[in-house]
Design a binder for this molecule. Structure first.
Ligand code: NI
Length: 164
């Protein structure tokens, strides 16, 4: 297990643009393995490399619509198509206890590479589309609090956590 420390808002790494992955080497495999462990430990739905202090374009997103979560590893991801609109609450492991209403596309198509450098496309909708947008924003130094229409009150957060 390689659990890495998740950087919190205030750290300058979170505001920087990450550089592309150029080598699909052992270092990348270790990074992605550690990110998986870190995401599982934190019980999150997504994690970007800059959140563990690595300014490289790699993210994880979790599809939690099924019985078991499915984790997608996206290296050098790009949104190539976006459709529709959804408005909903969004949080971030780097901004604990803050939730905001963020507008995102309802569906996205993401072009990315797997950990071995093989290209693929991920078609995502709903929560998974939201996670893709949120994590790719991290690679550009954007945190959701800068694009949230408003923040949820403590009562609203309480209500939301009771529904889970
Ligand atoms: Ni985040």
């Amino acid at each position: 297990m390689g659990i890495r420390k998740i950087i919190k808002k205030g750290d300058i790494s979170l505001t920087k643009k990450s550089r592309p992955i150029t080598e699909y080497n052992a270092r990348l495999q270790i990074l992605l393995n550690d990110m998986r462990d870190t995401l599982a430990e934190a019980n999150g739905v997504g994690l970007a490399a800059p959140q563990v202090g690595v300014l490289r374009r790699a993210v994880l997103v979790a599809d939690i619509s099924g019985e078991e979560p499915v984790i997608y590893e996206l290296v050098n991801p790009e949104i190539v198509e976006a459709e529709g609109e959804q408005i909903g609450p969004e949080g971030c492991l780097s901004l604990p206890n803050i939730w905001g209403q963020v507008t995102r596309p309802e569906k996205v198509k993401v072009h990315a590479f797997d950990r071995y450098g093989e290209p693929f496309e991920l078609e995502a909708e709903g929560l998974l589309a939201r996670a893709c947008c949120h994590e790719i924003d991290h690679l550009n130094g954007i945190l959701f609090d800068s694009i949230a229409e408003r923040f949820l009150s403590e009562e609203e957060i309480e209500e939301m956590s009771q529904k889970e």
